[in-house]
Design a protein around this ligand. Structure first.
Ligand code: SF4
Ligand code: SF4
Length: 106
């Protein structure tokens, strides 16, 4: 029988005695280590000139990647934005449009 290359590439699985109880992540902040922006297929394009800084997008973004300074939202942190489109759907003045990420790649 031939070798299973997929299994060889995987790290060995831990047994139940080796993992934390309940699968708890013990070391914070792991979310900062993984730049989830690389997953993005669509990019939220924000029109600052139409923004009323209501903070709806800031409050609803599941990745907390829309920064705020002195009561104003700033440009999205594209290192962590996954392109889910929640911000665009909650914006009351529709100043965020989702566009294909491929258009922004060099
Ligand atoms: S697309 Fe999703 S992850 Fe990106 S800024 Fe909007 S709500 Fe946040
Ligand atoms: S929801 Fe729209 S108007 Fe409100 S802060 Fe975000 S981009 Fe600006």
């Amino acid at each position: 029988m031939g070798k299973n290359l997929l299994c060889e590439a995987q790290p060995p699985k831990k047994g139940w005695k080796e993992i934390p109880i309940g699968g708890v992540i013990l070391n914070a902040p792991t979310s900062l280590v993984n730049k989830t922006g690389a997953w993005r297929a669509f990019r939220p394009v924000w029109d600052n000139s139409k923004c009323i800084h209501c903070m709806m997008c800031v409050a609803q973004c599941p990745d907390m990647c829309i920064p705020v300074k002195e009561g104003k939202r700033l440009e999205t942190d594209f290192d962590y934005c996954k392109g889910c489109g929640v911000c665009a759907s909650v914006c009351p003045v529709k100043c965020i449009k989702m566009d294909e990420e491929s258009k922004f790649m060099k």
